[in-house]
Each structure stands twice: as structure tokens, then as C-alpha cells.
Design a protein around this ligand. Structure first.
Ligand code: F6P
Length: 354
């Protein structure tokens, strides 16, 4: 059985993409007569017809490599059906290039936006399989996404290192972690790193409660505090506003900077804001992500062998599962406010600012 597979990575990169690509490729070569076409730079490459015929050798030595050998880009889903000044009908172009490349199927590795476009292409009649990557861990119907655990490890190390310097100087360190609109990364790294305050998008905070927590530590002879704040966290006041009203006049002054300023002003303690940013997405995948990426990638190859499309692979408990693309696309997995991890954190005294 011969299958010609197009493969692309879209959206923000993360550790584990190459391990997953390798998993798809190695299993495909093992299971059937596979031809693999690497689409360059995400959906943009499928629109423009940028591709490379791949061979077995291209997938060698990439298990531990961060980033993506295919390159990636963000082509927002909301623009997919919009014809811009270049006059290109993006959906038609992707369908034409799929045919022109004589693909039997397309494997898309990406996050929420990627899944929406994958579903669109599936509804347009292409054979599509999705794979869930993101450090945000916010994809519906999978317990974990690949890239997440590596980001948790990195963010935890950031908090660990902040502890020693915060302790030496008696400072309040406000560390801003990624995660987009979901708080998974901050929640797990906050618990693992022993943060005193954890602020998540799902639980709008009251700055006075944050300040009270820092002051309470002072009364307990703890001269320093660590506040882990998710980049999407909002105060209760901001959360009650309409999205349009929530404008940040200075994009360089992110939530961590605003909180550090407020805490310093009210407590008189020296505060520092730390934003590790894309460091959380860089470098080699951790062993857990290497295994997860491989498992999910191999499943994609099995699905191609079985001719089962219109699905995205995920993990539930210890089972690799196939979920319908149409049920996954367009939904975001937020941290439920009563999640067991939140209860655990509260029970060891972590303050969420609510
Ligand atoms: O989705 C992954 C992510 O790293 C988010 O956590 C973050 O909000 C966003 O991407 C950053 O995007 P960019 O790489 O385009 O700056």
C-alpha cells in the first residue's frame, strides 16, 4: 500500500515537534510504502506551494532537537477565508496544492488555531489528521499536549533559580509564564517551584489579596516571596471589562510588571518582574515529551494505514485516543476553577488572589 503524506507544523513552535514528525515518519516507513512531503513554514507553505520531498535520512537525528525542521508560521484561522490584497484565495490554494502534490493525506502538528484550519480543510474534503502540540496544554479532549511538560520543567527551573536570589535580597519576584489564555503552565510550574502566589487567567485576582499574602509572609519572618503569574492573568476589574476596553497602553509593561509595581508601591518591598518568555519554548524536549510525541506520531501513521481521517490524536489516561477534529476545533481547555490541582495548591497555602 502506497501513501503520499504531507506534513506540516503550524503556530508557535515547541519542543517535541521533531520527535513527533520522526514518530510519524518512522512508523509510516515501517507500516506501509510511504512517501513524505514536508510542507515548509506551516499553512503558509501549503498556500504558496513551498515543500520538500523527504527521505528517511531527513528524519534521522531529530528526536532531541528543539523547534521544527519544517519551519512554522502563524496564519490566523480568522484570515483563512479572507482574500487579502494579494488576491489569493487561501483555502482554494491549499486544496489545489494538496492535489498538485498528489497527497493522500495531510498531517498537521499544531495548537488550537492549527486545529481550526485542519478541521476546515477536513470539511473541504481533504484527508487530515491533527497532532496536539503546545506548551499551553489547552487543546480540547487530550489530557496533555506535547511540549507542555518541557515548558513546565523550564518554568520550574526559572522559579527555583529565582528563589535563591529572592531569598538573598529579600525581594518579591514576579515571574510571568506563558500559556496564552490558559493557566496550566503557571499552575504546574507554580506548584513544582513552590511559588507563594499563583495567578491564572481562569481566576481573576484582587491585588489587595496578593499584597496581603506577601505581607503575611513578612509577618512569618519570610523576607521574600515568589509570585507566578500567567501571561493571560487579569485582575477582577479587568475581567469585568469588555475585551475592547482592556487596552494595555504599553505592551512592554506586561502583567508581571504591573503587579510588581503595585506590590512595591503598597508594601515598600523591593520587587522585580521576570519574563522568561520564549525560553519556555526553546531547546530539547524532556524525556516525557519525547515519548509522548513519539506515541502520538506513531498513532497518526497507524491511522493513515487504516485510512481513518478527520481526527486528531490525543492522550486520555494512558491510552492514545483519536478524537474527531470537528469536536476539538474551536474549543479551549481551560483550567476548571475547581480542578484538583487548584484544590491541592490551596491546601498547601498557595494564594490565587481571589
Ligand atoms: O501558544 C504558544 C505560545 O508560546 C503562548 O504561550 C504565547 O502566548 C504565544 O505562543 C506567543 O506567541 P509568539 O511566539 O507569536 O510570540
Amino acid at each position: 500500500m502506497r501513501r503520499r503524506i504531507g506534513i506540516l507544523t503550524a503556530g508557535g513552535d515547541c519542543p517535541g515537534l521533531n520527535a513527533c514528525i520522526r514518530g510519524v515518519a518512522r512508523a509510516a516507513y515501517e507500516l506501509f510504502d510511504a512517501e513524505i512531503v514536508g510542507i515548509a513554514g506551516g499553512y503558509g507553505g501549503l498556500i504558496d506551494g513551498q515543500y520538500q520531498e523527504m527521505s528517511k535520512r531527513d528524519f534521522s537525528g531529530i528526536l532531541t532537537r528543539g523547534g521544527t525542521i519544517l519551519g512554522t508560521s502563524r496564519t490566523p484561522y480568522r484570515d483563512m477565508r479572507v482574500i487579502g490584497t494579494d488576491n489569493v484565495d487561501k483555502v482554494a490554494a491549499m486544496k489545489d496544492n494538496y492535489k498538485w502534490l498528489r497527497l493522500d493525506c495531510l498531517v498537521t502538528l499544531g495548537g488550537n488555531g492549527t486545529h481550526k484550519t485542519a478541521n476546515l480543510l477536513s470539511e473541504e474534503g481533504l484527508n487530515v489528521i491533527g497532532l496536539p502540540k503546545t506548551i499551553d496544554n489547552d487543546i480540547w479532549m487530550t489530557d496533555v499536549t506535547f511540549g507542555f511538560q518541557t515548558a513546565v520543567d523550564i518554568a520550574t527551573e526559572v522559579i527555583d533559580r529565582l528563589h535563591t536570589t529572592a531569598d538573598s535580597h529579600g525581594r518579591v519576584m514576579v515571574v510571568e509564564l506563558m500559556g496564552n489564555k490558559a493557566g496550566w503552565l503557571t499552575l504546574e510550574a507554580g506548584i513544582a517551584g513552590g511559588a507563594d502566589v499563583v495567578l491564572l487567567p481562569e481566576i481573576p485576582y484582587d491585588i489587595n489579596k496578593v499584597i496581603a499574602a506577601v505581607e503575611a509572609r513578612g509577618r512569618n519572618k519570610k523576607s521574600f516571596s515568589i509570585i507566578a503569574v500567567a501571561e493571560g492573568a487579569m485582575s477582577q476589574e479587568e475581567a469585568s471589562m469588555k475585551k475592547k476596553e482592556r487596552v494595555n497602553p504599553n505592551p512592554y509593561k506586561t502583567v508581571a510588571h504591573r503587579i510588581a509595581e503595585q506590590v512595591q508601591e503598597k508594601t515598600g518591598l523591593e520587587c522585580r518582574a521576570v519574563v522568561p518568555g520564549h525560553i519556555q519554548r526553546g531547546g530539547s524536549p524532556c524525556p516525557y515529551d519525547r515519548v509522548l510525541s513519539t506515541r502520538l506520531g506513531v498513532r497518526a501513521a497507524e491511522l493513515i494505514r487504516d485510512g481513518k481521517y478527520g481526527v486528531t490524536v490525543g492522550i486520555h489516561g494512558d491510552e492514545v485516543v483519536d478524537n474527531p477534529l470537528k469536536e476539538v476545533a474551536g474549543k479551549t481547555k481551560f483550567v476548571p476553577a475547581d480542578h484538583q490541582l487548584i484544590r491541592t495548591a490551596r491546601n498547601i497555602g498557595i494564594v490565587f488572589g481571589d
